[in-house]
Design a protein around this ligand. Structure first.
Ligand code: KIV
Length: 267
């Protein structure tokens, strides 16, 4: 590929970014249009998160997401994205059912979606599973801190503050061969310590400014959140308002026979 064209990124670029102290950007996408748009905006990673269960399907948690659903959305997004690293979530509870089950599920994600990396939520208890996946040639991103799949066990969406546990969880992911780790909802000082300790990129969400990168759910980033906006979100647009106004304006024009005009009517 000629040098002047944007080269597809790989996990080597994520590792290089940490070495070069270049901040990484990661955002979710669940469909072809948003995959195309966020890739064109130049993000490093596009995450097909199991947040699809909440954002797209309106479920109260991510627990209901299935492997079939992740394959469906992952394939659409991976086909849309040309440059960014595409990461697909391993849905609950596949990382807890042993190395073989995790490899079968992750291989299906890799083969049927075309993504490059799978992300799994876990503590140090998932070290063996991550190592098994990496040994099978499957790049893995860890996810520690607030693990939404464990929301019932954690007693809600709460900041996780056990410094020793968080450090052990992130270190286990790195030692097992993960190519990065998401740090969700942990105090900034702990996230900074983890980032300085582990050799792999940390991608924060609600974890302060000192992570190697940041991730947001696309709908939060563009102001499409219907429920309460988490405090760690900065909406960069008001698409909820824009969309509502556009549809209401169109509805009024339909009702008053202003739409369609002659020019909008095929001859
Ligand atoms: O599923 C998801 O969208 C995620 C991000 C919040 C990191 O895991």
């Amino acid at each position: 590929m000629p040098d002047h064209l944007p080269r597809p990124l790989t996990i080597r670029d994520l590792a290089a970014a940490k070495q070069e102290r270049r901040r990484l950007s990661m955002v979710t996408a669940y469909d072809w249009t948003s995959g195309r748009l966020v890739d064109a905006a130049g993000v490093d990673c596009v995450l097909v998160g199991d947040s699809v269960a909440m954002v797209v399907a309106g479920r109260p948690t991510t627990v209901s997401a299935t492997l079939d659903q992740m394959v469906y959305h992952g394939e659409i997004v991976a086909r849309a994205v040309e440059r960014a690293v595409v990461i697909v979530d391993l849905p609950f509870p596949l990382q807890h059912l042993g190395v073989r089950t995790a490899i079968e599920a992750a291989a299906r994600l890799l083969k049927e979606t075309g993504c490059q990396v799978i992300k799994l939520e876990g503590t140090a208890g998932q070290r063996e599973v991550i190592a098994g996946l990496v040994a099978a040639g499957i790049p893995v991103m860890g996810h520690v801190g607030l693990r939404p799949q464990a929301v019932h066990q954690l007693g809600g969406y709460r900041v996780q503050r056990d410094r020793d546990q968080l450090l052990a969880d992130a270190l286990a992911a790195a030692e097992a061969g993960a190519c990065g780790v998401v740090l969700e909802c942990i105090p900034a000082a702990i996230a900074a310590e983890i980032t300085a300790t582990v050799p792999i990129p940390t991608i924060g969400i609600g974890a302060g400014p000192d992570c190697d990168g940041q991730v947001l759910v696309l709908h939060d980033l563009v102001g499409l959140t219907l429920d309460k906006v988490p405090c760690f979100v900065r909406p960069y647009a008001d698409l909820k308002g824009t969309l509502g106004e556009a549809v209401a304006a169109w509805r009024r024009d339909v009702e008053t026979r202003q739409f369609p005009s002659a020019a909008e009517t095929p001859a």
